[in-house]
Design a binder for this molecule. Structure first.
Ligand SMILES: [Zn+2]
Length: 448
């Protein structure tokens, strides 16, 4: 298919071409073939007039737990901090099955697509009763909506009896985890440019994974050349746990086991100091900042504006601690939360948008083909309708209006050359059915 987007009122490339008014962009198959002020000639299958639209690269979400969209806003943990929240929810999550993994992945993907996400990561770390196929089901669920996907095969190996937090029912043996790592890399990890699915490995956290599994996971990631991901320095409780169990604070523990490494990106990094930041920078470690989750669980404020020279991105985190998969809100919360601590000039709307676009692409090491609008890159792009009520009177600077005003949702989204959202509606036609199934499964999980 050949598309021409013409008369684009405002185009922000987040690349060397900067921002343009009244521009054109064309797409051929799955990639961008032209960007500029002229309207290119040629035969196009579709010409879309964008005179009331602003176009940006699609957003990249680098931390999520899609299955948790089944357990948003659970009443018993509405006001709990991380460790209490987890201990209660493990008991619900241990009944997750294949249908739940598929439907929740599709529902969360649909919600993300409407909020401008074109690429997402995920960490699925829960395989109760050996249900390893949950990973396959979430890949199917995301593909149903059409997002570009970089899932991580999560894992938990340290239950309560070994001094960890999760119950026995949700952890697996190291041998089983390692063989599943191998299986999913071989089956799904696509090394080609424009890949729609890439896989990384993700032991869940210092309080649910043994040191030996952390080391073996690193070894395997080096051997198979894949990325690594985990939660780190999310709460003060975690810091206390690490000091007691390993005699080290979280970043120092990661340093000791070789996890300060360019393959790694960490979610959260709330409780870190300037020395930790320097260690992360020196080792080119990536960051997934999750401000909504950090606020919701009362975890704290990550020192994002102090992380100069680090690859910083945004994550909506699991929907049970957000309780949305809305990337627009995440960008806005990132800006507002930094300003709460560091003042009004600490971060600009464009910097926050940068985390959500090119920042995410760099963290997932996919910036050679996503994250900015550039000829030759993948056709992953979004548009907002500038005529909507949330922007009325706010168009002095249309790019920052997406963050400062109430953008609500995208008008249009294209991923790898496929139209995913048009006229504010998803192009998949079974959204109502997915929502109904999700609610049925959710009710059964929570109420038994
Ligand atoms: Zn998380």
């Amino acid at each position: 298919m050949k598309y021409l987007f013409k008369n684009i009122a405002y185009l922000a490339t987040f690349d060397e071409m900067g921002e343009m008014e009244n521009a054109s962009l064309s797409v051929e198959d799955n990639r961008i073939s032209y960007i500029g002020e002229e309207t290119p000639n040629g035969d196009f299958d579709r010409i879309i007039d964008c005179s009331n639209k602003i176009m940006l690269p699609g957003f990249v979400n680098t931390h999520h737990h899609l299955y948790q969209s089944l357990t948003r806003n659970v009443k018993s943990v509405q006001n709990a901090k991380l460790f209490d929240w987890l201990v209660n929810l493990y008991e619900i999550w241990k009944n997750l099955d294949e249908e739940g993994a598929y439907v929740s992945a599709a529902v969360a993907s649909a919600e993300m697509a409407l909020s401008g996400v074109t690429t997402t990561s995920d960490m699925l770390y829960l395989y109760p009763n050996g249900k390893n196929s949950l990973f396959d089901e979430e890949i199917r669920g995301v593909a149903h909506v059409g997002l570009r996907f970089h899932p991580t095969r999560g894992s938990m190996s340290m239950s309560k009896k070994d001094g960890g937090l999760p119950p026995d029912s949700v952890v697996q043996s190291e041998d089983e985890i390692l063989s599943e790592y191998e299986r999913v890399i071989s089956k799904y990890h696509d090394r080609s440019k424009y890949a729609m699915v890439k896989v990384a490995l993700a032991p869940c956290s210092p309080f649910s994974v043994t040191e030996s599994l952390m080391e073996k996971t690193l070894e395997l990631a080096e051997k198979r050349d894949v990325l690594l991901h985990t939660h780190l320095a999310e709460t003060k409780d975690e810091e206390d746990f690490c000091l007691e169990k390993f005699g080290l604070r979280p970043v120092d523990y990661m340093e000791r086991i070789g996890w300060l490494n360019p393959r790694v990106w960490f979610a959260h990094l709330v409780h870190i100091n300037d020395m930790d930041i320097e260690k992360l920078r020196k080792n080119d470690v990536g960051v997934s900042h999750c401000p909504s989750s950090n606020m919701r669980l009362g975890s704290g404020i990550a020192p994002i504006v102090r992380m100069k020279g680090l690859r910083v991105s945004l994550g909506v985190d699991g929907s049970a601690s957000n309780d949305t998969s809305n990337m627009i809100l995440e960008i806005r919360n990132a800006l507002l939360l930094q300003r709460v601590k560091y003042g009004a000039s600490a971060i600009t709307p464009r910097e926050a948008l940068n985390f959500a676009t090119v920042g995410g692409a760099k963290v997932l090491r996919m910036n050679d083909y996503i994250g900015t609008l550039k000829v030759g890159k993948a056709a992953d792009l979004i548009m907002f309708d500038l005529n909507k009520i949330g922007f009325a009177g706010g168009l002095d600077d249309p790019v920052s209006a997406i963050v400062m005003c109430d953008a609500k949702q995208v008008d249009f989204s294209m991923i790898n050359g496929n139209v995913i959202v048009e006229n504010e509606k998803l192009t998949v036609n079974d959204v109502a059915q997915l929502v109904e199934t999700q609610n049925r499964i959710s009710k059964k999980l929570i109420r038994g």
